[in-house]
Design a binder for this molecule. Structure first.
Ligand SMILES: Cc1cc2nc3c(=O)[nH]c(=O)nc-3n(C[C@H](O)[C@H](O)[C@H](O)COP(=O)(O)OP(=O)(O)OC[C@H]3O[C@@H](n4cnc5c(N)ncnc54)[C@H](O)[C@@H]3O)c2cc1C
Length: 169
């Protein structure tokens, strides 16, 4: 966006003079909770579809849900989804209380977005060949998951924020 020769009166200014960067960064702290929640929703959708499909699809005479290899994938997906949810709740709770939450938001966003990618990746695996096809939803969940690792600050930027906070204390 480019703004040229835009003049606004003082009462339109957000925050104090010279505080622009701080205001922008605070906005990102809140926005990251939103993107983390979006990632969590994508992960849940992929997981639910994978559970459903694993009970329907049969191989070697049994539903694939009965193969331990599939169960282990479902177990990891469920565990990571819950962990992501708890990180998001912590960040949201701090935000609600008006407590600084830069690191907690970054952790929630980093973990939830990478969880969404891992979960959608496993969901595609559980769907086998159909997982790759556009006729089933999990390939879309995988593509949607990937953008949550990029916008509102890439995973690398989240790690920079988290490390900076860890090194400060
Ligand atoms: C679908 C979509 C919607 C978007 N919506 C919005 C929006 O609504 N508002 C908005 O403002 N932006 C939006 N964006 C932009 C998005 O926030 C940027 O794409 C993102 O911040 C990454 O910036 P970049 O693309 O310039 O990548 P670059 O900054 O060029 O990064 C390229 C790679 O280098 C890495 N990298 C860069 N700097 C460092 C560093 N210092 N240390 C380590 N690694 C580094 C990055 O992590 C990445 O892996 C959107 C992008 C997409 C694709």
């Amino acid at each position: 966006m480019f703004f040229e020769n835009v003049e606004l009166s003082d009462d339109h200014r957000l925050g104090g003079v010279g505080d622009g960067f701080k205001v922008a960064m605070n906005t990102l702290d809140g926005g990251r909770i939103g993107i983390a929640s979006q990632a969590l929703g994508i992960a849940r959708a992929a997981f639910e579809k994978a559970v459903e499909y694993s009970k329907e699809r049969k191989s070697f005479g049994v539903p694939i849900a009965q193969h331990q290899a599939i169960q282990f994938m479902l177990a990891d997906m469920a565990t990571e989804i819950d962990a992501a949810r708890l990180l998001i709740w912590r960040a949201a709770l701090l935000k609600d209380r008006g407590v600084r939450h830069s690191s907690e938001s970054a952790q929630a966003k980093l973990f939830a977005s990478e969880t969404a990618t891992r979960v959608a990746h496993k969901a595609i695996q559980i769907f086998g060949g159909y997982g790759y096809s556009q006729e089933y939803p999990v390939e879309r969940h995988y593509r949607d998951a990937r953008i949550t690792e990029i916008y509102e600050g890439t995973s690398e930027i989240q790690r920079i924020v988290i490390a900076a906070n860890a090194l400060k204390g």
